[in-house]
Design a protein around this ligand. Structure first.
Ligand SMILES: Cc1cc2nc3c(=O)[nH]c(=O)nc-3n(C[C@H](O)[C@H](O)[C@H](O)COP(=O)(O)OP(=O)(O)OC[C@H]3O[C@@H](n4cnc5c(N)ncnc54)[C@H](O)[C@@H]3O)c2cc1C
Length: 489
């Protein structure tokens, strides 16, 4: 009790010092601002004491120095789209919001972009494309996610197998250590081999090792053309086998999305229209080729031949409108699933190619064993499957079954040589499974790094390492900007 009171007094003192240091107008404590900063897409709400909108670099350093001295937790925040609770200030304190820092400068000669952390991915992509360049990392949240957040989570997307993930496009980072000192990891250079590669340590560290205030990104020439294709298969096993055959040609599509029959059933109910009239409730593969026209023409032949041999039905897009129609199938999947339950545990596991079929069979076994729907789709050129466990939150039995099902899923994934997360990271939601993935030596190494950089454990504390049972916390009822589903669900 005494310790808590001392803590509170320390935090109040630190906040009034911060006001003096960076100006009261940079600090919000009204209930609306506190609530908005209290959660991310996982909807696990923990109210901070204040939300800070620093105006200049020195303010970030000053804030961290004060927080470190007075032991105030600080949670960096971008667009708040994380699906794991990574941006929830689980221990209160200050949320450091950098979304107003949005400048994007394209160097068309060098093929680089220098960006501030709050720049949204869609804005960076548009700015690059205006100059004939391309920034490929493409999480489906591009309209809302920031470059700071996507670097901190090493976000991926559908085209990861061909183009890589965020990590593959970072030349240099600048920012502040948890203790408030300014650092620059690598630089605006295409090569850099001086000292430890601290840049890569920050990427994917979920805002626990430093605050990113600037990034230099790699751009590549924009592919000239695209071709979109959708193929149906009677069962998942056929779709997955066929996908492996296509990759083995070898051929690397920009997109190779798999949809299982549970997902397709949801979307066909949702749109009241079968994707393929003659073959409703099929498993699907959405394919997109990109590159030069001549290269696409050549690869298209290969895909057509492959489809005749393996698919039951298929359709190619001959215009942008038709491509958009094929894409619409994939875009409604997530929202369509809520007819199978009002809550979902959304996993982003990865398995090696040889384990695709055992994995999909396991999702069907979970469905049978726990009586819950397990619709699954994924970016299968890189083995990244999104397995969803659907349940009704108000139904205590279903909630317990969901918890058991997720444990069984993660155990299976690791036993298949897979990973518990391929792109969303650990945050709070995956903490119970970290020890399935890593042995003691690995976790101790990570903790030693955390301790060395953040001795007072103030930067995004409670994330990655401290087991947190996400299913025990009632999620906040809130509509977020990227939600499409009806208010009632
Ligand atoms: C509809 C939807 C679709 C999605 N699709 C994908 C997808 O296809 N692929 C994918 O990988 N993810 C996806 N996500 C998850 C999410 O978009 C990503 O994790 C994204 O990288 C988070 O970016 P953000 O700006 O919203 O960061 P936030 O959610 O605000 O924060 C995420 C993490 O980054 C840290 N952070 C933020 N800014 C900084 C900074 N400047 N310095 C240090 N740390 C910082 C935070 O502390 C937190 O740990 C999706 C989410 C939604 C809602």
């Amino acid at each position: 009790m005494k310790a808590k009171k001392k803590d509170r007094t320390q935090r109040e003192k630190a906040l009034s010092l911060l006001k003096r240091k960076i100006g009261a107008e940079a600090i919000r404590t009204d209930s609306k601002s506190l609530f908005e900063a209290s959660l991310d897409n996982a909807r696990l709400s923990f109210l901070p004491d204040a939300v800070i909108f620093p105006r200049k670099e020195e303010d970030v350093g000053a804030l961290l120095k004060l927080a470190n001295r007075h032991r105030v937790p600080v949670t960096p925040r971008g667009g708040g789209t994380a699906t794991t609770g990574a941006a929830s200030p689980v221990q209160g304190g200050w949320v450091l919001d950098l979304t107003y820092w949005r400048s994007v400068k394209i160097d068309a000669e060098s093929g680089m972009a220098t960006v501030q952390p709050g720049a949204r991915i869609a804005t960076i992509q548009r700015a690059a494309e205006r100059k004939g360049w391309f920034y490929p990392p493409d999480p489906s949240s591009i309209k809302y996610a920031t470059i700071g957040g996507t670097i901190a989570t090493n976000a991926g997307g559908m085209s990861g197998a061909k183009y890589g993930v965020t990590r593959d496009y970072i030349f240099g980072l600048e920012g502040f250590l948890p203790t408030g000192e300014k650092v620059r990891w690598a630089a605006g250079l295409k090569k850099f081999a001086s000292g430890y590669n601290m840049r890569d340590l920050w990427i994917g560290s979920e805002g626990t090792l430093g605050v990113i205030t600037k990034a230099v990104l790699k751009l590549i020439p924009k592919p000239q053309a695209r071709w979109t294709f959708l193929a149906a298969f009677p069962k998942e096993v056929q779709a997955l086998r066929a996908a492996r055959k296509l990759l083995k040609v070898p051929l690397m599509p920009a997109i190779l999305e798999f949809l299982d029959r549970q997902t397709v059933q949801c979307l066909e109910n949702y749109t009241a229209k079968p994707v393929f009239k003659a073959a409703p409730n099929s498993s699907l593969l959405l394919i997109e080729l990109d590159g030069h026209e001549a290269q696409i023409a050549e690869e298209k032949e290969v895909v057509m031949q492959w489809a005749y041999e393996h698919a039951s039905h298929f359709r190619e897009a001959t215009s942008l409108e038709e491509a958009e129609e094929l894409w619409a199938v994939r875009r409604v999947c997530s929202q369509a699933m809520f007819q199978m339950g009002d809550a979902k545990l959304n996993e982003d596991i990865v398995v090696p190619m040889q384990s695709y079929i055992p994995l999909i069979n396991h999702t069907l076994k979970l469905k049978r064993d726990f009586g819950l729907a397990t619709p699954t789709f994924g970016h299968i050129a890189d083995g990244n499957f999104h397995v969803h466990i659907m349940f009704n939150r108000g139904d205590k039995k279903q909630a317990r079954q969901a918890e058991k099902a997720i444990h069984a899923l993660m155990q299976k994934v690791v036993s298949l040589g897979g990973a518990i997360s391929g792109e969303h990271g650990i945050g709070l939601a995956k903490t119970p499974f970290l020890r399935l993935q890593h042995n003691r030596a690995e976790i101790n190494t990570m903790l030693a790094i955390k301790k060395a950089l953040d001795p007072n454990y103030i930067l995004n504390p409670g994330k990655i390492f401290d087991p947190y049972q996400v299913w025990k916390k009632e999620p906040a009822k809130v509509r977020l900007p990227w939600d499409h589903r009806p208010k009632s669900s």
